[in-house]
Design a binder for this molecule. Structure first.
Ligand SMILES: [Zn+2]
Length: 294
C-alpha cells in the first residue's frame, strides 16, 4: 500500500499504553450496544491479557498510518456526499481512537481488544487496537498487510456512513425480531461494499493500491466470514446464527464496491431491498452471484 500522497486526518487519538488505567470486566458484555459495529460476530477471547502499567503509546508509526488511512476516507466521503447530495452535501467525519488491551468508550460502554475493531454510533468513533491484526492473521487466517488493515478501517468508517444515511437505524428497528440477523447481515455486507467504494476512489485520488494489495484485503474479507470464523473457533458453523455474512458474501461485497465505486442511493438501497436476497437464511450461502452487480 502506498500512502505517499495521502492526507493526514486530525481526528485520530493514540491512546495506546493507557490500557492499565482501564478497569475491564465482563468480557464483551459491556459492549452489547455496539454489536452492530463490529468487524466480525464473535469475541475471540483467550487473548485477554492482564492490563499492564500505564505507559506511552509505542512509537511505531502506526498513528501516522491510521491518520493517513482515515484522511483518505475523509476526502473520499466528503466528495461522495457532495456528489450524491447526502446530508446537504456535507460529510461530518468520525473520530478514531487507537487503544491497547481494552477501551472505555464515551457512548458504548467498555470493550476488550478481543472483540476486534468497532464503531460506536453514540460517539461517532472508530475504536481500533492494532494488535488485532496479529490475531486476524494467526487465529483466523486473514492478512495483516497494510491494505488489509485499511480495508478494516474502511469497513468501520462504512458503519459511520451508514449511521449518517439512516441504514443503521433501519437495522436497529429489526432488533429482537425474526429478521434481526438478516438485517445485521445486510448492514455488514453494505459496510464491506462501502469499504470497497472507499478503496476505489482513494486509489483514483492517491494511487494507494499496489500489486498484491487487493488479494490481501480479500483474504481478510473471507477470513472474517461467519462460516469461516465459526469453523475455525468451534469446528462447525450454524448458518441461522450468522450476522455478518459468509466468506463468499463478504468477498463479493468488497470486490463489487472496489470495482464500481458506486455510492448512489439506488445501489446502496439494494442491500436493504427485501426483494434482493443477498443470502439464503437456511444455508447462509450466497444467492445472488456477486451481490447485485448491474
Ligand atoms: Zn461491521
Amino acid at each position: 500500500m502506498r500512502l505517499d500522497d495521502a492526507p493526514e486526518s486530525s481526528n485520530v487519538s493514540d491512546n495506546r499504553g493507557m490500557g492499565g488505567k482501564l478497569a475491564l470486566g465482563g468480557g464483551a458484555g459491556g459492549i452489547l450496544l455496539v454489536v452492530l459495529g463490529l468487524i466480525f460476530g464473535v469475541d475471540l477471547g483467550g487473548g485477554q491479557r492482564a492490563a499492564g502499567p500505564p505507559g506511552e503509546a509505542p512509537r511505531d508509526g502506526y498513528d501516522k498510518f491510521a491518520r493517513q488511512v482515515l484522511g483518505t476516507t475523509e476526502a473520499v466521503w466528503a466528495e461522495q456526499f457532495k456528489t450524491h447530495k447526502y446530508e446537504n452535501g456535507k460529510y461530518v467525519p468520525p473520530k478514531m481512537v487507537l487503544f491497547s488491551e481494552g477501551v472505555q468508550t464515551k457512548g458504548c460502554g467498555s470493550a476488550p481488544s478481543s472483540v476486534g475493531p468497532f464503531y460506536c454510533p453514540a460517539d461517532q468513533t472508530v475504536y481500533l487496537d492494532p494488535t488485532f491484526f496479529d490475531e486476524l492473521e494467526k487465529k483466523l487466517g486473514g492478512s495483516k498487510a497494510e491494505f488489509s488493515q485499511a480495508y478494516v478501517i474502511g469497513h468501520e468508517v462504512g458503519h459511520h456512513v451508514q449511521n449518517l444515511l439512516g441504514y443503521s437505524a433501519r437495522t436497529d428497528a429489526k432488533r429482537k425480531s425474526k429478521q434481526e440477523n438478516e438485517f445485521s447481515i445486510r448492514l455488514e455486507l453494505q459496510a464491506d461494499y462501502l469499504a470497497g467504494v472507499w478503496a476505489h476512489h482513494a486509489d483514483k485520488k492517491y494511487k494507494i493500491i499496489e500489486k498484491g494489495d487487493v488479494e490481501e484485503a480479500l483474504k481478510s474479507a473471507r477470513a472474517i466470514g461467519d462460516n469461516r470464523i465459526q469453523e475455525k473457533m468451534k469446528g462447525k458453523s450454524w448458518p441461522e446464527s450468522f450476522n455478518h455474512g459468509t466468506d463468499r458474501q463478504r468477498y463479493a461485497a468488497f470486490s463489487n464496491g472496489l470495482k464500481t465505486g458506486d455510492a448512489s442511493k439506488t445501489k446502496l438501497n439494494q442491500y436493504f431491498d427485501e426483494g434482493q436476497t443477498p443470502f439464503n437464511p437456511r444455508t447462509g450461502e450466497l444467492d445472488n452471484a456477486a451481490l447485485f452487480p448491474k
